[in-house]
Design a protein around this ligand. Structure first.
Ligand SMILES: [Fe+2]
Ligand SMILES: [Fe+2]
Length: 501
């Protein structure tokens, strides 16, 4: 499983040079689109809220003394504690992070109340927008409550530490790119509601009957997840309407937000002992390991939203910037997939050192995370035809990439771009092949028929191949190859620089 913490680490800092860009969304004609939308919000978004009468309440999902009486309440609490005892520490930590995210609710309506047109200016506005913000907040408020109470009753958490974390997070707030532009913020919230639904849904699955066996907790998380799905539907619908009304502005706003990455609202999470960034990165790594929210979840959400908003099909009304934004967005899932594969390959090629991370929320019991330790080159350079982790060369077949596309640690045939270490004496895949115009970077086993190599070793370069870097070592260059570096055998028509052996 690729590590999402890698994703965080690899995040290129995007200089916030887009201030002018998002401010252009605040001109009267753009805001008019939102004003015109209000009757549609009344008819199509507000109905996604439930009335108070039809809503679940935390007491419905937890032992309730009013319904059970004192003895019944006591017995139900013992039952809850017995089931909670089987939930592993990693999931407990993820549960705290989910709960803290919900408990930081005071921050989120304040984000919506910064949005032009949408905001609830008086706190009791009668616009559809304002009623949505208040209704949504009221529904969200139950999420932190129910999780908090479960945690308190379970006895498995150091609640004072958890409460301190909540206070820290609300004090620290969250950063929102393009803070006053509804186009941008709705992209974020649609993405984030789906992410939250997935995180709670995964938690329900992992702690439930087929997992840790805590059915009450699974029910709580599943119930919260279904609320999040309704909220996701509302914001996705809303953003979809903006894509219809102004596709150019919508697609540029989406690209703007995705370039800066959709971080969870808990990016500033901090237990008071670590810097916010460190703590968040650790939590991301724990969530990835536990399976509650992973890098591939992130990619799937993006793919889903691209499909929902028909980004690939957008055509009419796009400016040059709009088209560039569309191209960027459509290529992004593939880019993230490659990051997942790279992280996976790195896992294969590196030693792992278990690191114990004490977590104050669970009484400083440690969570074990595997941190990467680079493998010394001599360990990797085993002259065997197999992967460095011992898998058979036959596994290479599954990584074979034919006719287009890009792949790390695999063979490239027919115009494929291959990056990474390839070839005998390299890490990961041993003996990779680039054929028919492939561009291969790294250590390469064989390049034939017009392939181009940018790396250190080529075993056989054949028929007009070219290589830069170390050239051909311990191998042959045949028929019109151009190489720089050492060449062990050179045949007629080869052009080489440096040394011919
Ligand atoms: Fe929520
Ligand atoms: Fe939500």
């Amino acid at each position: 499983m690729p590590s999402a913490s890698t994703f965080v680490q690899e995040k290129k800092s995007v200089v916030d040079d887009g201030k002018e860009e998002w401010r252009s969304y605040l001109v009267p004609e753009k805001l008019e689109v939102l004003r015109q939308l209000e009757p549609w919000v009344e008819d199509h978004v507000l109905p996604l809220l439930k009335t108070v009468e039809a809503s679940w309440q935390p007491s419905d999902l937890l032992p309730d003394p009013a319904a059970l009486g004192a003895d019944g309440f006591h017995a139900a609490c013992l039952e809850l504690r017995a089931a909670a005892a089987g939930v592993p520490d990693e999931l407990l930590v993820c549960l705290v992070a989910n709960m803290v995210t919900e408990e930081a609710l005071p921050t989120y309506p304040s984000v919506l109340n910064r949005l032009e047109v949408v905001r609830d200016a008086t706190g009791a506005d009668d616009t559809a927008w304002a009623r949505w913000i208040r209704g949504w907040s009221a529904e969200e408020n139950r999420h932190g409550d129910v999780l908090n109470r479960y945690m308190h009753l379970s006895g498995r958490f150091d609640m004072r530490e958890v409460e301190r974390t909540v206070q820290h997070l609300i004090r620290d707030g969250m950063s929102m790119h393009a803070p006053a532009s509804p186009f941008h913020v709705f992209v974020y919230v649609a993405f984030q509601e789906r992410a939250t639904a997935i995180a709670h849904g995964n938690m329900a699955r992992l702690v439930g009957a087929r997992g840790a066996g805590d059915a009450a907790l699974a029910r709580i998380c599943g119930t919260v997840a279904s609320d999040e799905k309704r909220h996701e539907a509302a914001y996705t619908r809303l953003m979809g309407k903006l894509f219809e009304a102004d596709p150019d502005a919508a697609v540029r706003a989406m690209a703007y937000m995705m370039r800066r990455r959709i971080d969870m609202p808990t990016a500033f999470i901090n237990d008071g002992r670590h810097s916010g960034g460190d703590f968040y990165a650790r939590f991301i790594a724990i969530a990835e390991k536990a399976g509650t929210y992973t890098l591939s979840d992130y990619r799937c959400i993006l793919e889903h939203l691209l499909q929902q908003w028909g980004v690939e099909e957008l055509n009419a009304g796009l400016s040059g910037d709009g088209r560039r934004a569309q191209d960027y967005l459509c290529a992004l899932p593939h880019k993230i997939k490659r990051m997942e594969e790279k992280a996976h390959d790195r896992m294969i090629r590196t030693h792992k050192k278990p690191t114990l991370i004490p977590i104050c929320w669970i009484f400083d019991r440690p969570i074990t995370l595997l941190t990467e330790v680079p493998v010394p080159p001599q360990v990797l350079r085993r002259p065997r035809w197999c992967f460095s982790d011992g898998r058979s060369i036959m596994d290479l077949r599954s990584r074979l990439c034919v006719h287009g596309g890009g792949m790390d640690g695999a063979a490239g045939i027919h115009g494929v771009v291959v990056e990474g270490d390839h070839g005998v004496h390299g890490g990961g895949v041993e003996l990779a092949v680039g054929i028919h115009g492939s561009v291969v970077e790294g250590i390469v086993g064989l390049v034939v028929q017009g392939g181009e190599v940018r790396g250190s070793r080529v075993f056989v370069a054949e028929e007009a191949s070219s290589s830069g870097g170390g050239g051909v070592v311990f191998g042959e260059a045949r028929s019109g190859c151009a190489t720089t570096g050492d060449v062990s055998h050179r045949r007629k028509g080869d052009r080489t620089r440096e040394r011919n052996l």
